[in-house]
Design a protein around this ligand. Structure first.
Ligand code: ARG
Length: 532
């Protein structure tokens, strides 16, 4: 229609012209022009059968590698030292990990980097607290909790007493000047924090290729500022140095500081040095930053400065931002006592609640299996709840919704997977010889089988959409529909009771559906289990 409009032609005639030059006989039955100028395509059943048969024989799983792979850096998670990881970091971690997985699956070269916040003014107060108020025993049992405590203590004291504020400033200056004692304490704070971050990453099944924190770029900050000055990009502004964007309407009112009036660099300077380092060392075609939507201005400024500073670098820079997690009252998600919810406690609760569901559903399972299934369901539910909404909207955190066995949830998809496995297991127990071999032949005769097969064929397209728009929710919805198509097929088409040829074909369909569900969930970072 839009083509006809721009060519000022009759849409039906244009459709007929297109049809005359189409060569899709191997894919579709006769294509026809309909209505005001639509083209109706009907996919050929043989083509569908052939594709599903190839998949059943292990030839593919409905997706192909990208013909021109790119090098892509994914900057995600990036928590801050001496502070607990909270639910805000979970979205970055879960989203970034999913993008990493999908890009790798499609054949791109992905480099993941955890840009940990391990430098900054908070260390002045932490050092004062560490030297005057540290509880060693508590530090051993809950290091981040103890560091958070001393930080809060000194922070409150410094608001009431300028002497404390001054002490913190001096400790910071000493640290920045390389004082041995302060450096040693700072390193210990990083190591202790890293240990707790690692515990969470291992629970979530997340790994990074690099974890070059902010402090890694310390020695590179001064040169950044001098280069920006020399090229006329950074200008003096009341003792500080800033880049102004008079020609960018949305940034006109928001100059970016690159050096504070006391001479210290800031978040923007560090990110500029980081960007330069990544370009020089990893030569990426693309860099993706996964953070909260509140950092949008920061990344607009960062990208705008970098484009002027290095116009010759064409790498694509993308800020993949997300909204907040809200409590059921619609306000930012907090504990009952009003504290921010800590990630490890959240995961504990998810597993506990899942255990209650599993024990109720499957009381005969042994304890260890129950716990293992509850772990897979609990962690999966939390991740899925995070990935399902459009990432740019806020979402309400609800245990009951995310753990429900029906509806668009991880447990529902994990359960659909176990059904595909259960039937294959049952076939084996019944003495039906079934393995996917080169003799496997899929025949699609009934409507539910055809619908399921057509949906399977879209898997690759959906993965490409997730990768190009950085939106895992497309995959969530695809898998939910896949599970629904499978359920309909399962209800309407007998499998084990069918005649041998039909039975083999239907078992093969169960198998490829299960494999697509498992692969899809794996891309979301969600594990599956053979039973639930
Ligand atoms: N540490 C930051 C925070 O917790 C996120 C860093 C994101 N990455 C970056 N290159 N700026 O908000």
């Amino acid at each position: 229609m839009s083509l006809a409009k721009s060519l000022k032609r009759n849409p039906r005639q244009l459709a007929a012209d297109v049809l005359a030059r189409l060569e899709v006989r191997d894919l579709c039955d006769a294509v026809e022009v309909a209505g005001a100028g639509f083209l109706n395509f009907r996919i050929r059943a043989e083509m569908l059968c052939g594709q599903v048969t190839d998949a059943a024989r292990g030839g593919h799983l409905f997706f192909t590698h990208c013909p021109n792979p790119r090098t892509i850096v994914v900057d995600f998670s990036s928590p801050n030292v001496a502070k607990p990881m909270h639910v805000g970091h979970i979205r970055s971690t879960v989203l970034g990990d999913c993008l990493n997985r999908v890009l790798r699956l499609l054949g791109h070269r992905v480099i993941t980097d955890n840009h940990i916040g391990d430098w900054g003014t908070q260390f002045g107060k932490l050092l004062v607290g560490w030297k005057s108020n540290l509880d060693r025993a508590k530090l051993d049992s809950d290091p981040i909790g103890e560091m958070e405590r001393i930080y809060k203590l000194v922070n409150a004291a410094s608001e009431a007493d300028p002497a404390v504020m001054n002490a913190a400033r001096q400790e910071l200056v000493k640290l920045q000047a390389g004082d041995a004692e302060n450096l040693a304490i700072w390193r210990e704070m990083i190591a202790l924090s890293q240990r707790q971050f690692d515990a969470i990453y291992s629970r979530l099944g997340v790994r990074f290729d690099h974890a070059l924190g902010e402090s890694f770029y310390n020695s590179k900050l001064k040169p950044v500022v001098s280069e920006l000055e020399a090229s006329g990009l950074a200008k003096d502004s009341e003792g500080a140095k800033a880049v102004f964007f008079d020609d960018v309407p949305e940034l006109k009112a928001h100059p970016a500081l690159v050096q504070k009036s006391d001479g210290a660099a800031n978040y923007t300077t560090t990110d500029l040095a980081t960007l330069q380092y990544r370009i020089e060392n990893w030569k990426p075609d693309e860099i993706i930053y996964v953070t909260d939507g509140r950092q949008q201005l920061h990344f607009k400024q960062l990208f705008a400065i970098f484009r002027r500073w290095h116009p010759e670098i064409k790498a694509r820079l993308v800020h993949v931002w997300f909204g907040s997690i809200l409590g059921e009252d619609g306000k930012p998600f907090k504990t009952r006592s009003g504290e921010t919810v800590k990630l490890d406690e959240l995961l504990d609760e998810a597993q506990e609640r899942a255990l209650a569901v599993v024990s109720q559903k499957n009381p005969d399972l042994d304890d260890q299996s129950k716990r293992e299934i509850a772990r897979i369901i609990g962690i999966g539910a939390v991740k899925y709840a995070d990935l399902l909404p459009n990432r740019q909207s806020d979402y309400v955190f609800s245990w009951d919704k995310m753990l429900a066995l029906s509806g668009n949830t991880a447990p529902y998809l994990q359960y659909a997977y176990t059904r595909t496995r259960g039937i294959l297991r049952k076939a084996g127990e019944d003495g039906v010889p079934w393995t996917n071999s080169m003799e496997t032949c899929v025949e699609l005769k009934t409507e539910p089988e055809l619908s399921l097969a057509k949906h399977l064929l879209n898997f690759g397209l959906v993965l490409e959409m997730v990768a190009s728009e950085y939106r895992p929710n497309y995959l969530c919805n695809y898998l939910y529909d896949l599970a629904a198509h499978f359920a309909r097929f399962f209800e309407q088409c007998p499998v084990l009771k069918a005649e041998p040829a039909e039975r083999a074909s239907r078992l093969a369909l169960c198998d490829v559906t299960g494999r697509a569900l498992k692969e899809g969930l794996q891309i979301l970072g969600i594990e599956t289990s053979e039973r639930m």
